[in-house]
Design a protein around this ligand. Structure first.
Ligand code: NAD
Length: 442
């Protein structure tokens, strides 16, 4: 009999994991504390935007294979494998990860456990968390239950979450016994049969694999943004430079796009949490470059604000700025630590009127930034603008006709904060084109 799976925390990660586990043929119970989210999911609807996921949730809710609850008692009773997918945000006043959601989930699940089961962490956590959770769960579970904790970190990308879950680059199984590994191999049997590479290791290494992967990616983006600063000072072109670097397979062609930098609910908090944990373990100095990566990233946002200010003639007072993009990346409605909205908010605070448009994140932007004008189309965001900023690289923006924007803007000045627009097209329509790391192109 195949294991009954529970997925605790049904946000971007958990809802995707739950639906994909149902797609692989398992009975799945999603558990959350957010009643609104649960009601939507139980009705077969998605409480956020993620391509392909809505259809998967609807299909498996309808088939009865996927259901949702707020009852930990029910989850503890039916589950053979419990995936922990709750958030691990940055703590309010330190760089470390806030593990309170994870601890709360463990505290509510453990007392109801009645038979041997595997609790599998998927959230991104500081090294040592699985060890602490093992002690916590074993202390709270009824004696002799036979519960084991494993770590199976998640590498999915928002915007490609379903494809990444059903066809991952690799799986990581951090386990404490051969039985733990066997249970994970059962869950992922169909992906393993397709040849998905798997790295089996101890829980601490598994935790660090995820933190290291994100730290590497963040560092790569900050590297090219640091080079962008150098290019600006030297009058060189970072876009051409990056194009040439990408041909080197040792460097690789991804995560080398100069611009406004990284954001979202993962990379910024994950590099800070890794450094904070390294400091606790007395090896912070070895990872000091992560602090530089973080600073370079925040400076990338400020440099886009500076470019916009220059285009406004040195001051934002009385100026109108149109912003294309609110999500932290395209194909998502996630605005957590979004560079686009951080830049927009800084410019608004400096005295400009702001109009933002995003193909999917308008509702989230309106909720979290109620004083910003949220436009109903990209062209509307440009209406009356003295400068237009391109801050989330949606395909819709790259394909847009610069002449349509020219017809409504107060001035034809654009800052491409993502370095993905075609300067020649915009210049042909009369726009002055600026972008971080590039010489002024007109
Ligand atoms: P999220 O905020 O979208 O989802 C977290 C969910 O947990 C929410 O629905 C929340 O209501 C729920 N929750 C909080 N406390 C709970 C509790 N006690 N019991 C049950 N549910 C509870 O966050 P996310 O983006 O899905 O991230 C979750 C984890 O996955 C984080 O550690 C993150 O770093 C990691 N991760 C995220 C991604 C991604 O692309 N979003 C990718 C890989 C890893």
């Amino acid at each position: 009999m195949s294991p009954y799976i529970t997925v605790i925390g049904t946000g971007y990660l958990g809802a995707t994991h739950a639906a994909c586990m149902a797609e692989l043929g398992f009975r799945v119970l999603g558990v959350d504390v957010d009643q609104q989210k649960l009601a939507k999911l139980a009705a077969g609807e998605l409480p956020f935007y993620e391509p392909e996921l809505a259809e998967l949730v609807a299909r498996h809710v309808a088939s009865g294979r996927l259901s949702f609850t707020d009852s930990y008692e029910h989850a503890a009773e039916v589950g053979d494998v419990h995936f922990l997918c709750v958030g691990t945000p940055q703590q309010p006043n330190t760089d470390g990860a806030d593990l309170s959601y994870l601890n709360a989930a463990a505290d509510r699940l453990a007392p109801g456990l009645q038979r041997p089961c595997l609790v599998v962490g998927k959230s991104t956590v500081p090294v040592g968390t699985a060890d602490a959770l093992t002690r916590r769960i074993q202390a709270a579970a009824p004696a002799g239950t036979g519960v084991e904790v494993a770590w199976n970190p998640e590498f999915l990308r928002e915007g490609y979450a379903v494809a990444d879950t059903l066809a991952p680059d690799r799986l990581v199984f951090g386990v404490q016994s051969p039985g733990g590994e066997r249970a994970l191999r059962d869950v992922y049997a169909s992906l393993l049969a397709e040849g998905t590479p798997v790295v089996t290791t101890d829980v601490r290494t598994a935790e660090l694999i995820k933190a290291s992967a994100n730290s590497f990616l963040a560092t790569k983006i900050s590297f090219i943004n640091a080079i962008a600063e150098l290019c600006e000072a030297a009058g060189a072109d970072v876009v051409k430079l990056a194009e040439a670097l990408r041909y080197d397979p040792r460097i690789g062609d991804r995560f080398l796009s100069p611009g406004v930098g990284f954001g979202g609910g993962c990379l910024p908090k994950d590099i800070r949490a890794l450094l904070a944990r390294a400091n606790e373990l007395g090896v912070g100095s070895a990872l000091r470059f992560l602090d530089d990566a973080d600073r370079t990233n925040l400076r990338a946002r400020r440099r886009v604000v500076d470019l916009a200010r220059q285009e406004c003639g040195g001051s934002f007072a009385g100026r109108r700025v149109g912003v294309l993009g609110a999500a932290f990346k395209p194909n998502s409605d996630d605005i957590r630590d979004s560079p686009a909205l951080a830049v927009a908010a800084a410019i608004q605070a400096a005295g400009a009127e702001i109009a933002v448009y995003d193909p999917q994140a308008n509702d989230n932007a309106r909720k979290h930034f109620p004083t910003m004008d949220i436009a109903l189309s990209a062209v509307d965001a440009a209406r009356g603008a003295h400068v237009l900023l391109h801050l989330t690289e949606w395909p819709e923006f790259a394909g847009a006709d610069p002449a349509e924007f020219a017809a409504v803007a107060a001035e034809r000045r654009i800052v491409d904060g993502r370095n993905t627009l075609d300067p020649a097209r915009w210049q042909a329509a009369g726009w002055r084109f600026r972008a971080p790391g590039r010489p002024q192109l007109d």
